[in-house]
Design a protein around this ligand. Structure first.
Ligand SMILES: [Ca+2]
Length: 402
């Protein structure tokens, strides 16, 4: 049976990435005999993937050689990786000693953790396709702004009213926006991630084809976090990116921006209270230029009075125009905004078949503050939608506060 085109493309893509990461290995000759011998020694997950590639190869002679090699590579890669001896591990030990005051004993425990660290093979394949590049806004938002999440969010706001109000008083960030972030990140603490943070960060810090620098720095931060917060590095669990707790902070942000909002002496992002305070604090202190503006909305609807000139950029990561500049390009906000206010233009792709295929919004600074949490327009847009829907529902649970 011929493999489907999708399978062939996926295999080819994996092959290209694997070959880039381990160029030396790609010179190995692939024969069925040595593949068999690798299969008997490889850990189960690797063997499974390799077998799938070998099956695919046998079913299509044209692709045979490349895919057999792929099968071999899939196992010869980092299956037996001992990160403590990785060439870059020395730089990590040195940085922990010189910049963070790690003692020889501290370094020994880091070394032990790196020996224990397990490679997560799926993390070094192609970067996941972001849903917003493959889905329209209509489809994307329907999956996330749904009745169940709104109801849970309303209940969350109701149950945590005092904490959310205090966060707004101290930092200016409205409770429903904080709840929107918590709802999207972890479904209000229900899914904080089951990967060992050590494995997620070591895999990507040492082996990720394009983002290893970022993850390597986070791995360094993670070891400092573990020492300072009293965690054995093998213990904390998080997302496959290495993000932790209800708020899904990466280690560097955890160290820098998490706050003890319930005053128990610990900054614990696995608690609702500290997550609430920490998210609000993040929007204030992550970056000065993306600081939350107290009392301002995130977005205002806009209409085009004529086709958008090609010179106007949409869906940027920060403000880029004044309201007056957008107006002169034919973008009309639905609310009165100061002419010199710095804003951005958001364009949402809708499902085809409606009266219009795009929707436009003016993004105020707070929209870009939310985007600093997750740099996707759809993400911040969803937080905004969830926040208003949850606030409306929560008001029904809490009639006295209105
Ligand atoms: Ca606390």
């Amino acid at each position: 049976m011929r493999p489907t085109l999708g399978k062939v493309l996926a295999a080819r893509r994996t092959w290209e990435i694997v070959a880039r990461v381990w160029p030396a290995v790609s010179k190995l000759r692939a024969t069925e005999e040595n593949i068999e011998s690798y299969l008997t020694r490889a850990p189960a997950a690797w063997a499974q993937r390799a077998e799938a590639a070998v099956d695919l190869a046998k079913s299509d002679r044209l692709l045979g050689k490349g895919l057999l090699t792929l099968g071999l590579l899939a196992m010869a890669g980092p299956a037996g990786a001992d990160y403590s001896k990785h060439p870059r591990a020395q730089a990590l030990y040195a940085a922990l000693q010189s910049e963070h005051g790690f003692s020889a004993a501290d370094i020994d425990s880091v070394r032990v953790a790196l020996i224990d660290a397990q490679t997560i093979p799926s993390l070094i394949e192609a970067e996941q396709k972001a849903p917003e590049r493959t889905e329209t806004w209509t489809v994307y938002s329907a999956k996330r702004v749904d009745a169940l999440r709104i109801r849970r969010g309303a209940q969350f706001i109701h149950d945590n009213r005092a904490l959310l109000d205090r966060a707004e008083t101290e930092y200016g960030v409205p409770g429903p926006v904080i709840a929107g972030v918590l709802g999207l990140e972890t479904n209000f603490g229900r899914f904080t991630g089951n990967a060992r943070v050590l494995d997620a960060l070591a895999t990507q810090g040492f082996d990720h084809p394009t983002r290893s620098k970022f993850f390597f720095e986070e791995l360094e931060q993670y070891f400092v976090f573990c020492r300072d917060f009293g965690f054995p590095p093998t213990q904390p669990k998080g997302s496959y990116a290495g993000a932790m707790g209800w708020a899904q902070f990466m280690p560097s942000n955890y160290r820098r921006l998490a706050v003890d909002f319930d005053g128990d002496g610990r900054r614990d992002l696995w608690s609702a209270a500290d997550a609430i305070g920490s998210i609000a604090h993040y929007f204030i202190d992550y970056k000065p230029e993306l600081r939350w503006h107290r009392g301002e909305p995130l977005i205002v609807p806009a209409k085009l009075t004529r086709p958008l000139p090609g010179t106007i950029a949409v869906n940027t990561k920060n403000v880029g125009y004044t309201v007056a500049q957008l107006r002169s390009a034919g973008v009309e906000p639905s609310a009165r905004l100061p002419a010199n206010l710095a804003v951005g233009l958001i364009e949402l792709q809708l499902d085809p078949g409606g009266t219009t295929d795009k929707e436009y919004w003016i993004g105020l600074p707070n929209f870009y503050s939310v985007m600093s949490y997750n740099p996707r327009v759809y993400y911040a847009m969803t937080v905004s939608r969830l926040a208003s829907a949850m606030a409306t529902e929560a008001a029904k649970l809490d009639p006295d506060t209105q």
